[in-house]
Design a protein around this ligand. Structure first.
Ligand SMILES: [Fe+2]
Length: 422
C-alpha cells in the first residue's frame, strides 16, 4: 500500500485499505525510486479505472437506448405514426429522448420543466437525467424542420385536400395589406391640431363631476377616458379573484376579458390623437359596487345583469361615437379615426350582448331587456360628462325604446356576430 492510495474516495475503499492507510511514507534513500514506480503504477491504475468507467458508461448507455427503443416500439400505432414523421429533425438518440419528453408533457400538470417531466416519468425515463436536459441545451436539432414535419403531418391527416385557411394574430402593426383585419387601428399618425389643456384634462379625470364651463371637446375626451373604466375595473377584479380563465371556465370568458382590455387600448388611441395619456382611474362608488355584484354573482344569475350592462354600454359607445364625429367634423381625419376606433369597440360589444343573450334563458333575456334602460341611465349619471354631452331627453327616449340590434349592427361597417338577440 502506498501513499497515493490516500486519494481513493473513502467510500469506495475497502475496509482493509482504510485500516492500513494511516501509515506515513518512509524517507529512505530508495524513496525516489519508489516514488517513480508508484507513479507508474498509479497511471496504470487510473487508466484501468478510466477504461472500466468508460465501459460501464457505454454499457449503461446501450441499456438505456435499448429501453428507449422498446418504449418507442410499444407506442400505440397512431402516436407512432405522428412521431415517425418527426424523426428527420433529430439525431436518433436525441429523438428517442424527445419523444419521451413529449409524452411526459401530456401527462404532467403544472409547469412543464424537464425536471417536472422526469418526475412524472420516474423509472420510465431510462438513462441519466442530464441526457434529457441536454436535448434542449446541447443537442443539435432543427426547429424549422420539426415545425415543417408537424405541419405536414397535420395537413395530411386533417386537411388532405382543399385550401388551408390561416388565422393571423393581433400583431398587425407591422403588416400592411388590404385584407389585414384592424389595419390602421394601431400607430395611426393622425393628430388633431386642436389645442387641449393637458392639465385641465388630468385634473378633471379624477373628479366625479367636471369643472363647470369646460368645452364640449374636453367633455368628450373625459368621457372617452372614463367610459371603459368600469369594465376595466370588472375585468381586473375578475382576474384578481380567479373568476376568469379557470379550469372550469369556458374559453370564451378569456376572449371577452381580452376584448375588454383591447377596448381600453382603443380608447387610449382616441386620447393619443390629442396627445393625452390614458390613466387608470377608480370608477365612482356606485359603479364599483355594481361591477363587484356582476363579478361575484353566480354565473347563471349574473348573465342577465352583465347582458343588460353590455346593452347599455353599446348605447353609450354609439352616443360617444356620434358626438366625437360631430365635434371634430372640421378635421375629417380625426373624425374618421374616432369613428373607426369606436366602431371597433361597438362591434365587439354587440358580440358581448349576443353572447350574454345566448347564455340566458328566456326569462333571463326578458330581465336583460328590463334592466337595460335602468343601467343606461345609471351609466349616463355616473359618467357625468356623457349627460353633459348628450341631450338627456333624447338619451332617455332612446333607452326607453327596444334595444335595436339590427340598427346598431347596420351602423358599423365591420361584420358583426350576435349569437342571440336579447
Ligand atoms: Fe363588453
Amino acid at each position: 500500500m502506498n501513499v497515493e492510495q490516500h486519494h481513493i474516495d473513502i467510500k469506495e475503499a475497502p475496509m482493509s485499505i482504510i485500516a492500513v492507510s494511516s501509515h506515513r511514507p518512509s524517507h529512505s534513500r530508495h524513496s525516489g525510486h519508489r516514488a517513480a514506480s508508484s507513479h507508474r503504477s498509479q497511471t496504470r491504475h487510473t487508466r484501468s479505472l478510466d477504461r472500466k468507467r468508460r465501459q460501464r458508461r457505454t454499457r449503461k448507455a446501450r441499456a438505456a437506448r435499448r429501453k428507449l427503443q422498446r418504449l418507442y416500439r410499444d407506442l400505440p400505432n397512431p402516436a407512432r405514426s405522428f412521431f415517425d414523421a418527426l424523426t428527420g429533425a433529430f439525431t436518433y438518440p436525441t429523438f428517442l429522448r424527445f419523444f419521451v419528453l413529449a409524452l411526459a408533457s401530456i401527462l404532467t400538470l403544472g409547469s412543464r420543466t424537464v425536471c417536472n417531466l422526469l418526475r412524472t416519468l420516474g423509472a420510465l425515463a431510462p438513462g441519466h437525467c442530464s441526457s434529457y436536459h441536454r436535448v434542449f441545451c446541447k443537442r443539435r436539432w432543427s426547429l424549422w424542420r420539426l415545425a415543417h414535419d408537424i405541419a405536414r403531418w397535420l395537413f395530411d391527416h386533417f386537411v388532405p385536400t382543399g385550401p388551408i385557411f390561416l388565422a393571423g394574430d393581433d400583431t398587425v402593426d407591422e403588416h400592411p395589406g388590404a385584407k389585414v383585419f384592424g389595419k390602421g387601428c394601431h400607430r395611426d399618425p393622425v393628430r388633431s391640431t386642436l389645442p387641449i389643456d393637458r392639465h385641465v384634462f388630468l385634473r378633471n379625470l379624477r373628479r366625479r363631476r367636471p369643472e363647470p364651463g369646460l368645452p364640449r371637446e374636453m367633455l368628450f375626451l373625459l368621457a372617452t377616458a372614463k367610459l371603459n373604466q368600469a369594465e376595466r375595473f370588472g375585468v381586473d377584479l375578475g382576474d384578481t379573484y380567479g373568476r376568469i380563465g379557470g379550469e372550469d371556465q369556458p374559453p370564451e370568458r378569456v376572449y371577452l376579458a381580452l376584448e375588454e382590455h383591447y377596448h381600453t387600448r382603443l380608447l387610449a388611441y382616441v386620447l393619443d390623437v390629442f396627445g393625452l395619456p390614458f390613466q387608470v382611474v377608480v370608477p365612482p362608488f356606485v359603479m364599483r359596487q355594481f361591477v363587484k355584484m356582476e363579478v361575484f354573482l353566480p354565473e347563471r344569475i349574473g348573465f342577465p345583469f352583465v347582458g343588460a350592462a353590455e346593452m347599455a354600454g353599446c348605447i353609450m359607445f354609439d352616443e360617444l361615437r356620434s358626438a366625437g364625429v360631430e365635434l371634430f367634423a372640421d378635421e375629417p381625419d380625426v373624425a374618421a379615426r374616432i369613428d373607426r376606433l369606436y366602431t371597433e369597440i361597438l362591434t365587439d360589444e354587440l358580440g358581448h350582448v349576443g353572447y350574454c343573450s345566448a347564455r340566458c334563458s328566456r326569462s333571463g333575456r326578458s330581465l336583460m331587456r328590463w334592466f337595460y334602460p335602468i343601467f343606461g341611465r345609471m351609466f349616463a349619471r355616473q359618467t357625468a360628462e356623457i349627460s353633459l354631452l348628450t341631450d338627456p331627453a333624447k338619451l332617455h327616449a332612446r333607452l326607453d325604446e327596444p334595444f335595436d340590434v339590427e340598427g346598431l349592427a347596420a351602423s358599423v361597417p365591420n361584420e358583426t356576430f350576435v349569437a342571440a338577440h336579447p
